[in-house]
Write a protein of this length. Structure first.
Length: 620
């Protein structure tokens, strides 16, 4: 009997241990803290109404637990939350562990030039201490240092590519009901291609919403992987912002365009956006698209995602902004003298950019050529006579032969100097200098979730601009003939001086520790060692202004700055003899600018605007 009592007592103790101890974290009327942002519901089920959202780190009182749910009191209100994301107030928060996808270096400071503390082979695990812009402060084997955020993942169950290092405001949580695919970036998620793993069912923090694709994570201030909400069950709850009632991510309600695919013609400059919601509500503009032919990638509630290349994702626009009237084609007086505009073109009162603009014609407009003065042609359009720059028109050879070059009236030449020859026009010489030598030799960024490489962008834009400028009659020289060619600053500037070019344009992309910094900047020369003319600074400032204004049409904002404002003048400005500028197209460390700069379609637009800025400088 004694032995039987001992056995029964042991069994009762074991039952007590296994049934009671798992509930310790959620004992009745116990203080607890949220480990992630949670939906606060009126009942203990994912299908119940969401009262509000409770941010991570908030204290609350657990009243009771039922299965996976805890009834809690939060800010004088009673409701239910997922119990597994609560921890007793005395419990130390779990450490976020990061793993690198490629070899890296632990550095003493948040700088690639800082002293190395340790080599970190691929697959190394470190503990996250804090997020500091594009760097993670981490702990590794007793050492605390910094690693560059790109290439590190935080994932208890699946790989989570770093999409953006800088934390952004809390956007709420979402419940994932089943195992769902995860992607490296929003574009892959949208196309449902290139899955890099899966996330298990559970509640996730929304780190970012891009065009309806979600970057979700278990840890509020650390980016995770991208998911496509379409791959979550249709009855999933709405996304909720803290302190608000249920707020859904909805399709824009007003259908402003029925176009779903194919070509789409922009008749005027329109604003561009990163999402359909922003496009409909005119929020967070990221730049502009110029008039011309585009291709529709997606129609979302009447908002269009369009790009210059068929089948390629571009930016979102609101078709309601595309309101410029299409000029009807006027039958020409003579078929032989018919010309067609190959770009949006101004028609002026006289043969110079100094004359008043009579009207602006869209690409594809037909007119009749009735005369020519130097590089300006005299045209007739709708019984109106005016002048337009020759390179903006497709002109039959027979028509050009009918109108030989005539001397421009003094003071009305294309550059305003009045020095055009009666028979020939001197070709203007332009020197384009794509900054830096080779891939990853300039600034790099992963702010968009993909590599954004300054040197590659600089070179692509310069090559495209060269082709456009040569088509317009310029003689164009380049500082290098291939992306990976190494050319020193002295070699670049010496060559330009020896060639006797008219202007020097150095093309770069900006970068800064503050991810909010964005826009185009033209740095004009504040100092020249051996200027060719006395008005070099005024001309450099004008060149910077014209280029910044034009490129700013794509990026969305622009300004000019004297380069000596930052200390010694830049070498490309100081060592050249002619008017010069260092043109920063945009900031690759800013999400909005980087999305524009890294797009091949937008690079063509940037190149065209570089050419337009040079045209404007010379008065064309």
């Amino acid at each position: 009997m004694k032995n039987l009592r001992k056995i029964l007592s042991s069994l009762l103790l074991l039952l007590f241990f296994f049934n009671f101890f798992p509930q310790l974290a959620y004992a009745d009327s116990q203080e607890a803290v949220t480990t992630v942002a949670l939906n606060f519901r009126d009942q203990g089920t994912v299908y119940s109404n969401v009262l509000s959202a409770i941010p991570a780190g908030e204290s609350l009182t657990v009243l009771k637990t039922e299965g996976n749910w805890a009834q809690v009191q939060y800010e004088d209100q009673t409701g239910w939350v997922a119990a597994r994301y609560l921890a007793p107030t005395e419990e130390v928060a779990k450490t976020v562990t990061l793993t690198n996808l490629k070899a890296d270096t632990l550095r003493k400071e948040a700088s690639s030039k800082a002293a190395a503390l340790a080599k970190l082979p691929k697959g190394t695990k470190v503990n996250l201490v804090s997020v500091e812009k594009e760097w993670y402060k981490v702990e590794f084997k007793g050492k605390t240092g910094y690693v560059f955020a790109a290439g590190w993942i935080d994932a208890p169950s699946a790989a989570r590519p770093v999409a953006k290092a800088a934390p952004i405001p809390l956007e709420g949580t979402i419940e994932v009901y089943n195992t769902t695919n995860v992607y490296m970036n929003a574009y892959d998620a949208m196309a449902k291609k290139g899955s890099v793993g899966t996330y298990p069912a559970g509640e996730y923090h929304i780190y970012r919403n891009f065009s309806g694709m979600l970057n979700v994570t278990r840890h509020p201030d650390v980016p995770g992987a991208w998911i496509n909400p379409e791959e979550i069950r249709d009855d999933a709850p709405s996304l909720v912002k803290p302190g608000t009632t249920t707020a859904t991510v909805t399709k824009p309600s007003v259908t402003t365009s029925e176009v779903t695919s194919g070509e789409y013609q922009l008749l005027t400059y329109v604003n561009t956006y990163v999402s359909a919601y922003d496009a409909q509500n005119d929020l967070n503009r990221v730049g502009k698209y110029a008039p011309g032919k585009y291709y529709v990638y997606k129609n979302y509630g009447g908002m269009l995602n369009i790009s210059k290349t068929a089948g390629e994702i571009g930016a979102w626009i609101n078709p309601a902004q595309n309101v410029a009237p299409v000029e009807p084609v006027t039958p020409p007086a003579s078929e032989a003298d018919q010309i067609v505009a190959n770009a949006t073109v101004n028609v002026r009162k006289g043969p110079s950019a100094s004359f008043k603009v009579l009207r602006t014609l869209p690409t594809g407009s037909s007119a009749v050529m009735v005369g020519r003065e130097s590089n300006w042609i005299k045209i007739e359009y709708k019984d109106q006579i005016g002048y337009s720059y020759i390179n903006y028109w497709n002109i039959p050879k027979a028509t050009l032969a009918k109108y030989p070059v005539k001397t421009t009236t003094p003071g009305t030449s294309p550059d305003g100097s009045g020095t055009d020859s009666p028979t020939t026009t001197k070709k203007l010489k332009v020197f384009l200098d794509p900054g830096h030598n080779g891939v990853a030799q300039g600034a790099v960024s992963t702010v968009t979730g993909e590599l954004v490489d300054e040197t590659t962008i600089n070179y692509r834009v310069a090559i495209l601009a060269k082709e456009i400028l040569e088509d317009r009659g310029y003689m164009v020289y380049m500082s290098k003939s291939s992306l990976n060619q190494t050319v020193s600053l002295t070699e670049r500037t010496n060559r330009a001086n020896e060639l006797g070019v008219d202007i020097y344009v150095s093309i770069h992309c900006n970068a800064y520790t503050d991810p909010a910094s964005r826009g185009t900047i033209g740095f004009y020369a504040g100092e020249k060692l051996n200027p060719a003319t006395s008005d070099w600074q005024a001309k450099s400032a004008l060149l910077s202004q014209k280029l910044a204004d034009s490129v700013g049409n794509v990026i969305g904002r622009s300004k000019i700055v004297k380069d000596t404002s930052y200390g010694k003048s830049f070498a490309v400005n100081r060592l050249t003899t002619m008017p010069s500028t260092l043109l920063e197209l945009g900031f690759i460390t800013n999400y909005q600018d980087a999305m524009i700069l890294n797009s091949s379609a937008n690079q063509k637009d940037l190149a065209r605007e570089v050419a337009n800025g040079i045209d404007n400088y010379f008065g064309r």
